[in-house]
Design a protein around this ligand. Sequence first.
Ligand SMILES: Nc1ncnc2c1ncn2[C@@H]1O[C@H](COP(=O)(O)OP(=O)(O)OP(=O)(O)O)[C@@H](O)[C@H]1O
Length: 456
Amino acid sequence: MGMVVHDELRSEVGRVLAAAGVGPHSRLCCALSGGVDSVSLFTLLCSLQAPFGYALSAAHVHHGLSPNADAWAAACARRCERAGVPFQLFRVTVARDHPGGLEAAAREARRAALDRVECDWLVLGHHQDDQAETVLFRLLRGAGVHGAAAMAALDRPRSARCPGRLRPLLGVRRAQILAWARAAGLRWEEDESNADERYTRNALRRQLLPAAERIFPAAVPALARAAENFREADTLLDELAALDAAACGGAPLSRSAALALGAARLGNLLRWQLRGAGALAPSRARLVEAVRQLCAAGADTPLRLVLGDRACCAYRDALWLEAAAPAPLPPAQRWHGQAALPWGQGEVVFAGAEGEGLSRVRLAAAAEVSLAPRREGMKLRLDSRRPRRSFKNLCQEAAIPAWLRARLPVLWVDGEPAWVAGIGVAAEFACAAGETGVVPRWHAAAAGADPARGVS
Ligand SMILES: Nc1ncnc2c1ncn2[C@@H]1O[C@H](COP(=O)(O)OP(=O)(O)OP(=O)(O)O)[C@@H](O)[C@H]1O
């Protein structure tokens, strides 16, 4: 029996490694907690090293929370030394005031530490019972499709700087690992905090799942299957979002094209963009409300809607996400006739035109032309027959919201405002009919923008 289980477990781990393309060029690091799952995984990875030819190391995170933390770290170090496997110890400080509680804080600190390991794949000991718990836990907290997809056996690296994650035991029951570890004569550490039912996850593991299994004996594999179904749906939603983003012109999106998608697809697109930007996931209520406001607003109404640590901004036909914290003001820049100058997340493009925009002769005669933000008390005359008007007044009239005013680019000519994005050209700098002019155009957000969507 022992050998059969041994072979099954070993071939299951081998199957996941092969699916990830692990070979002699690969560097694997086993995340070793010292518990039965990761100790079994470590042993299996050692035994598969010869046939696969990968380089193997191990890492342990010392959370400094348990009185036994030193003993666990020492046990992991000894195990690696005996096996001749390089070992890395990370000491982390766990935030005591984390909104998700101590358990979530420890997990976050652990993830951040393990992300720093220099390897191609971090290999974790999660198993099928962990997967079932995660699905149930997330559903009970109202997860969406992405959250309910729980863990993947294979997570490709999110960036070139951090490793991918492999969970070769994800399809294996906890009891099967335990039986295998006993048969293999392994020794491991017991984490006393696993028995502490004050932690929601533990209560779910020790009370809720066993109760579910009494009524549905196959509850654990069924929940794991549900996770796979959610994962498939999640992949399709991501693919739809990528297609929609491309059809809406990339970043920034065309607001009219994005709105034409309808509320559900627009919400899916924003959620996908937020996730891609590594933003904190906004609550469903917040996202639904943002989409509602976007759909309800006029096509030309500027909007800035905070979604967690990002803000969804709409101005004219551009729709983009940016950091919710106010962006620093762009520095002043000299303009010597360049075709474009960078401005915040976007740029100001200067095009030539006849009888339009700023007079080229006036600009050429100036001692200094620069692009800079507005100044206190700034006034502008758009019509030569009318008096100068305050910037605030002009912004109100042009329906430019307060959040946008500080970052409107202004072209200063010898200390005088000659052009303000979204407002226009000052009468004294305007190009006369038949004269050569310069038309500046501000693109509020970065790359790939359709020039027609600029803000002149
Ligand atoms: N202190 C640790 N040091 C290194 N690896 C760890 C540590 N704790 C857990 N791991 C790794 O994570 C796997 C899952 O552990 P556990 O189930 O305790 O964590 P979890 O909090 O449920 O998971 P996750 O961190 O993915 O949310 C372990 O099998 C092991 O590979």
